[in-house]
Design a protein around this ligand. Sequence first.
Ligand code: UDP
Length: 244
Amino acid sequence: MSFERGELIREGKSKQVFGVAGSDDKVILHYKDDATAFNGKKFGVVEDKARVNAAISWHLMQYVAKETGIRTHLIERLSDTDQLCEKVDIIMVEVVVRNIVAGSCARRFGREEGEVLPFPMIEWFYKSDPLDDPPMSDVHALTFGWAEQHELEYLRFAAAKVNKALCDFWDALGVDLVDFKIEFGRTPDGRILLADEISPDGCRLWEKGTRRKLDKDVFRRDLGDLGDTYRELYTRIFGNELGA
Ligand code: UDP
């Protein structure tokens, strides 16, 4: 069966979401080469970013699903940059898991970047571009109706399992998983699925030993060429170089 792009449903910073002609329970996720940081205040186009992120996200989502049993929204790879997914209603709670202090955790709490946490830290951020994704706790999600108690409990449980699986994955490749952000969505029949993407855009990845950054911080902090970094990551994972 072939799936044709329908109308553009949503334009995000690094992806577009299209409907699927003749189907109302599926979407097509299209990855773009656009890179943004600081909530869109910094912008660039990075050659190959879409293909690398789509390939890595597909691979990591499938890996996580196999290792943990957590279900994802992915259905089929349609091309290098397009993925057929179940249509979900995204839960407005961004789930961040940290193993090592970095980024906003260092800034907010005055901690040293690189401090290894005694156990993984799971945090919620309210998914809102106009508000710059503020940090929040259960009480905000519950009071404002963004998630129910049982959903938060599932998100916490799933995030911990995803973290364990991803730590093992990156560990074997000589990389420390510092932190990452994931999102979940609800299906009309009440299932919660791991949605969006798991890619170096939403993770911090440090080379073991050197702590060289292999993620979007290279772009955020002007540390080098993000395209080179992402292609290097691709080769680390798949063993071969990204084709032309
Ligand atoms: N992150 C993300 N999208 C966001 C905010 C954060 O993917 O809108 C990821 C980010 O790449 C990092 C983790 O979540 O891997 C934790 O980010 P942090 O809270 O430290 O914020 P930042 O330093 O990026 O402002």
